[in-house]
Design a binder for this molecule. Structure first.
Ligand code: NAD
Length: 297
């Protein structure tokens, strides 16, 4: 059994913290929203109290600015952030989705070993402990933290040094956005050509066009009964979250001079879609792509 401080008990953090408690760990949670701590049932008075004495401290916060503040600045209720309140031998794990550069900055600023460990799998994955963790940090810190991550997820991949987890998340989600847009465009072209959705699915799902956006998350109703298209595009994975991740991918691309024209265009298209339909599943972008007004000029 480990003692774990868990900061950020939102849609993802609360079920993740619950799974750690179910696995037998002693979890002290903290969130700025008191109702979230009541929901966990083992709340701390402050982030510092959650961190004090813990073997592992985990953050699951909205964005890089919150992560930097929570660990370094004390905005989460401590004088100098979680890092100062923690034991010198504690292991730090940030599961938030943030900038590669901020993950590296915070890891370099703290004395304790720190892993960036963003996830995919969404709220369902968090509730069912089936998340995929993409982890950046040292071999030793990864080996120590692995059992903790396995209590919250099904797949845990050590991607490399600090920042590698966030890099993997940014690359994966950029690929997902581009493949979703491509899948939507193929269905739209098929509609215009008089080809049924099912016929395109039956061919492409067994051909070289096969991809996850088609076979698991099909953006038209029918071929994949469990996909959000069959429930009026209720998420799933909201367009606003995809927009955030594409912004992180483009920020990373800009910093290293990577040329990603489709990633850049995907960001523009999701910015347009999310401005009106941010809470809609990201596969709902097919509606926008169908409308003449949003076609690239
Ligand atoms: P959320 O907004 O539901 O939860 C964030 C929580 O952090 C809130 O409860 C908020 O009160 C709390 N918080 C903010 N600042 C704090 C601070 N300084 N101290 C303590 N608590 C603080 O967000 P979420 O959906 O749980 O997402 C968390 C992270 O996981 C994000 O980085 C997101 O991009 C990533 N993520 C989300 C999903 C998803 O499907 N929701 C999937 C994969 C990754």
């Amino acid at each position: 059994m480990a003692r774990i401080g868990f900061v950020g008990l939102g849609n993802m953090g609360l079920p993740m913290a619950r799974n750690l408690a179910r696995a037998g760990h002693a979890v002290a949670g903290f969130d700025l929203d008191a109702a979230r701590m009541q929901a966990l049932g083992s709340g701390a008075a402050s982030a510092a109290e959650a961190a004090a004495g813990a073997d592992f401290i985990i953050t699951m916060l909205p964005a890089g600015t919150h992560v930097r503040q929570a660990w370094l600045d004390g905005a989460a209720g401590t004088a100098q952030g979680l890092a100062a309140a923690a034991r010198p031998d504690a292991v730090f794990i940030d599961c938030s989705t943030i900038e590669v550069a901020v993950a590296r900055e915070v890891a370099a600023a703290v004395a304790q070993p720190m892993l960036d460990a963003p996830v995919s799998g969404g709220v369902m994955g968090a509730e069912n402990a089936t998340l995929t963790f993409m982890v950046g940090g040292t071999d030793d810190a990864f080996a120590t933290a692995r059992p903790i991550l396995e209590a919250m997820g099904r797949t845990v991949v050590h991607c490399g040094a600090s920042g590698a987890g966030q890099a993997a998340k940014a690359c994966n989600n950029m690929l997902l956005a581009v493949s979703m847009i491509g899948t939507c465009e193929a269905f739209i072209l098929a509609e215009k050509l008089g080809l049924s959705h099912q016929a395109l699915f039956d061919v492409a799902s067994k051909s070289s066009g096969q991809c996850w956006a088609l076979t698991t998350y099909c953006p038209v109703p029918g071929p994949v009964p469990g996909s959000p298209a069959n429930r009026d595009y209720q998420p799933g994975f909201a367009a606003a979250l995809m927009l955030k991740d594409l912004g992180l991918a483009q920020a990373a691309a800009g910093e290293v001079g990577a040329v990603t024209p489709l990633g850049a265009r995907a960001l523009e298209l999701y910015r347009e879609f999310a401005s009106l339909h941010g809470l809609t599943d990201f596969s709902g972008i097919i509606h926008q792509l169908r409308s003449n007004g949003s076609r690239p000029s």
